[in-house]
Design a protein around this ligand. Sequence first.
Ligand SMILES: *Cc1c(COP(=O)(O)O)cnc(C)c1O
Length: 364
Amino acid sequence: MKIDFANLTKAYQEHKEAIDQAMEDVVSSSRFIMGKEVNELEEALQQYTNATHAITCSSGTDALILAMMALDIKPGDEIITSPFTFIASAETIAFLGAVPVFVDIDKKTYNINVNLIEEKITHKTKAIMPVSLYGQIADMDEINALANKYNLAVIEDAAQSFGATYKGKKSCNLSTIGCTSFFPAKPLGCFGDGGALFTSDEELSNKIKSIRVHGQTQRYIHKYIGIGGRLDTLQAAILVEKLKHYDNDVIRRQNVAKYYNAHLDEESKTPFVNEYNTSVWAQYSIRVKNRDKIQAILKDKGIPTAVHYPKPLHLQECFEYLGHKKGDFVTAEKVSEEIMSLPMNPYLTEQEIQYITKELKELL
Ligand SMILES: *Cc1c(COP(=O)(O)O)cnc(C)c1O
């Protein structure tokens, strides 16, 4: 058996006709930048998340940059985030000259440990950036309460959690600004780079829209320092089609996770999903000893695996200047040594999962 990890080919083939038509419409209209599909997508995203405003942009990374630019994050400002995430979460903070202040993760969900946040808040803290890792939203009520108490913004890094819910509310609509990614391998992916921001604050929404186009308010009139951060019309057109079927994709991903849970032993089922959360399973990750060996053996059996993420951010060379050392965030360090992602996509069958888990269990 040969298993496909993310199966992007099938995701295209399943809706090939509609997607091809959508792409052809854009190409023949020649409206490659800010064509009508960008607006269509923003309306659909707004409705999907129930956020008041949805603003598309060039990537998940740029969404984070746009969010922090709109919030006037300045050099020296501190932003609290998780050390166990993709580099972009903290890199964008540093890119703006601000300081990523790491807080260790929860042992069960691998999201930021909300009990450890308050002690890291200083007079320089401007925002908290929880990451909704693997498709599960962090503990937003506690985070928002702290933000209210200290007058901070909350930026949800929802790059992996578009479509997930927390106490019945959608990811991206739970904080000052929510940022997501449409990178091809994310749960809702386009055919290149793409992202979006969500907010219920009209002033912020207008500012983000302006900063997205070089800070202009009218053509060649520039109020802010901005970037070229728009989403291509082609990507928007593809996403409009894919979003129509997204709920079904999420259900299928959740079923795949259920099959994995059913076929794995109690201690392997991880991360733990809180009862008030639904995950979109950007990854299905388990913890193993002897990860390198297990990955190699599974690979020979046609089962691809991946590691999200092998090195926590506080130990990355680019953050050496922050002065962290091994032992600073022990949970993040331990999980990064053991974590391994299994194939996850809407098309995996129960038979395939039986095969994957059977081969895996012989190695545990
Ligand atoms: C993918 C990802 C990003 C960046 O998104 P891109 O669209 O690839 O720029 C940011 N944060 C997290 C947690 C991610 O997984």
